[in-house]
Every structure is written in C-alpha cells, then in structure tokens.
Ligand binder design. Structure first.
Ligand SMILES: NC(=O)C1=CN([C@@H]2O[C@H](COP(=O)(O)OP(=O)(O)OC[C@H]3O[C@@H](n4cnc5c(N)ncnc54)[C@H](OP(=O)(O)O)[C@@H]3O)[C@@H](O)[C@H]2O)C=CC1
Ligand SMILES: O=CCCC(=O)O
Length: 353
C-alpha cells in the first residue's frame, strides 16, 4: 500500500520541502492556513485538504513546518486540528523550530491519543530545502523516525536521531544561537563594514606594494605603520567573537544534556561550518588548550582593535563583550594557553584569579 504523507505549512521552507517530496514521487496531501498557497503544490501533483484534521485523517504520517510555537500548538490543539484525527498507527512529525516545552506538550497530546510523535527541526535554509540538503535533527519515537527516513533522505543530506523529545529542539536552538551570534559579529553596521573593508583593502594593497618594492629601503616610511597594524587586527576581529559564540554553544549543549560532539557534527554540516570550529572544537571538549595562538596575544589584539574602534568612533559591542571574556580568561591564569581556553571563562564566568 502506498504511503500517504501529509504536509502542514507551506511557507518558504514547507513549500520547498514538499515540492521536493513531490519530485521524488511521494503521495502528498497539503494544507496551509492561507489555502491559496496550496495551488502551486496542487499543480505539481499534491492533493489539498481543508483542515489539518482532514490531512491527518487521510495520511499515514503528517509533517508540519510552521512559523513558531504558537502556530505549532494552534495547528495541533485548535478546532479542526491534528488532535481530532490522530490515533493509533498514525504519526505526526513537527519540523518547525520551537522550544522543547512546546515540543513536549505536542508529543504528550499526540501519544495520549495513541499516535506517535517525532520532532525534527532542520538546519539549512531555502536553497538546501529546495536541493534536499537539509540537516535533520530528529528526536522522539524511533519507529516513526525509521518510517519517515525515506522522506528525510529526500529532504536532507543527513539525519540525526537524538533520543527523547526535546533534544532535537534544543540542538536546533543551540545551532541557531551560535549562528545568530556570529551573524552579528560578521554583519556589523554597514558603515563599520565599509570601514573594515577599506582598511583591509588598503592594508592588503600596501602589503603587495611592499613585497614588490622591497628593495626600496625608504618604502616603509611611505605608509603609516599604524595602517599595517590596523589591517591585521581588524581582519582577526570576527574570529574573536566566533570563538566566544562557539564556546557558549558548546556549554549550552552540554548543560542542556546534549552531546557536544554531536553539536560539532551538526555544525560541520551546516551553513556556519568553518575550519576553526572543526580544528578547535574537539580539543575544547577535551579541555586541552596547548597554545597555538596564546590567549594573552589574542586579548592584546582585542584591546588594540577596540582602541582602533575608539579612535575611529566605531561602535563594536560584540567585540567589547568578547574582550571581556578574554580578560576574564587572563584573570583566571589562562593567558599562556591557546586562545580557545576562553571556553573556560565562558563556562565559569564568576571565577576570578
Ligand atoms: N526560512 C529558513 O531559512 C528556515 C526556517 N526554519 C524554521 O522553519 C519554520 C518555518 O519557517 P519559514 O518557512 O521560513 O516561515 P514562513 O513565515 O515562510 O512560513 C510560516 C508558515 O507557518 C504558517 N503559520 C503561521 N502562523 C500560523 C498559525 N497560527 N496557524 C497555522 N499556520 C500558521 C504560515 O501560514 P500562512 O501562509 O497562512 O501565513 C506558513 O505556512 C520556522 O519555525 C522557522 O524557524 C528552519 C530552518 C531554516
Ligand atoms: O533556522 C534557520 C537556519 C538557517 C540555516 O541553517 O542556514
């Protein structure tokens, strides 16, 4: 018997994910609060139902991709909602990004009616959703996970099963917290970006000319020395803030009962994968901070970069907060360890020397 799959919520993500399922031959029934948004899916072979309850009635399992906790709850608990038709043998998979309490509430309601529940938030945005390249962070009923794997394999490039309900939601929130913090570090005020760009460009140009005309002994006096320093320091600013956000994420994962190594694996597959997380993450988990770049030097560069910002009236609240963590690490006697030892200062903010 052909598996009938339901899909609730055809926003940016839901539309891309359900199109993908259709492309791969899944038999799909869709619903969206604004029903007209179903039209394009219907053109591509989907059936449409008038309520979430009607979708659940028809389908073996139903996937939801809704904006926030209140939407996720409303679609389940309100009139004509999922709960009215969920029963033994039917599954409900919420892929929306919500908190673990919301997810648990939905799980309890679904299972109390005999249905099975899985939370499965995703890492990856519109394009990965269109290309079937999401990273799926599932938790809940293992049997439903296995039943839905063919759909997950189409929607994503990798699926994790993270255990009991709540772990998927928490993992997703940790990843997005790191992403949000880095985004601030990497996307400051446009004026700041322009200044950094100009300083860096001039610095690079200067280096090129410097090497081409090294023979010219007087060259070094043609450009202000400070500019060379500026370019170097400014180009390192993002790494400072990244390391702090990364540390907070590792600690949040650990304290929330998640495996920090799994967080590293998830991060490495997503939009914020980068060589620094990959290289420093495992040693940070092991609390091994053998110095490659000593923390005291990093804090010195932070201090100088902040002074540069001061000179140029550039507001840098993210860098200032990161600098406080590096100062704290120094006060804890960690200055000669690797700069990733800032992790300890983030972990124990009340410690002092
Ligand atoms: N966009 C992204 O890059 C990513 C988003 N996510 C998460 O996926 C989820 C969906 O995001 P996205 O597709 O971008 O969001 P959109 O805003 O594009 O879509 C939101 C969907 O939720 C529906 N909705 C909102 N409120 C209600 C309600 N009260 N009752 C019923 N349906 C409701 C909307 O219906 P209607 O059309 O009627 O407004 C729409 O289908 C969110 O939880 C988001 O955090 C996860 C990874 C990446
Ligand atoms: O929740 C949104 C995440 C977007 C992304 O992972 O690129």
């Amino acid at each position: 018997m052909e598996v009938e799959v339901g899909f609730l919520g055809l926003g940016i993500m839901g539309k891309a994910m359900s199109m993908n399922l259709l492309r791969h031959g899944f038999k799909l029934t869709v619903w969206n609060r604004t029903l007209s948004r179903c039209d394009e899916l219907v053109e591509h072979g989907a059936s449409v139902a008038e309520t979430p309850a009607a979708v659940v009635k028809k389908c073996n399992y139903t996937i939801a991709m809704l904006s926030d906790p209140s939407a996720a709850l409303s679609v389940v608990f309100d009139k004509d909602g999922v709960l009215e038709q969920i029963c033994n043998g039917k599954g409900y998979i919420d892929m929306s990004t919500v908190d673990s309490d919301t997810s648990s509430k939905i799980s309890e309601a679904i299972t109390s009616k005999g249905g099975s529940f899985l939370e499965a938030p995703v890492s990856g945005s519109k394009k990965p959703a269109e290309d079937g390249q999401l990273v799926i962070l599932a938790a809940g009923e293992k049997a439903l996970y296995e039943e839905a794997l063919p759909a997950f394999d189409v929607m994503g490039k990798k699926s994790f099963f993270l255990g009991h309900v709540g772990n998927g939601a928490k993992m997703k929130l940790v990843v997005n917290m790191i992403m949000g913090s880095i985004a601030i570090a990497e996307n400051p005020d446009p004026l700041v970006k322009l200044k950094i760009f100009i300083i860096t460009l001039v610095g690079r140009l200067q280096m090129r000319i410097h090497y081409s005309y090294l023979w010219c002994q007087q060259y070094q006096y043609l450009y202000p020395k400070q500019l060379e320093l500026s370019s170097d320091i400014v180009s390192k600013l993002d790494h400072r803030s990244m390391m702090n956000a990364f540390s907070e994420g590792l600690i949040l994962a650990d304290k929330s009962g998640l495996n920090p190594q799994t967080l590293l694996d998830v991060l490495d597959l997503g939009g914020i994968a980068n060589p620094m997380f990959k290289m420093k993450g495992p040693t940070m988990i092991q609390k091994s901070y053998s110095p490659a770049f000593p923390l005291k030097h990093q804090q010195k560069d932070m201090r100088l970069a902040l002074a540069l910002g001061d000179q140029n009236a550039v507001s840098m609240p993210v860098a200032a907060a990161a600098n406080e963590a590096f100062k704290k690490a120094r006060s804890m006697g960690l200055g000669d360890l690797d700069f990733s030892a800032v992790h300890e200062a983030v972990k124990f903010p009340e410690s002092s020397s």
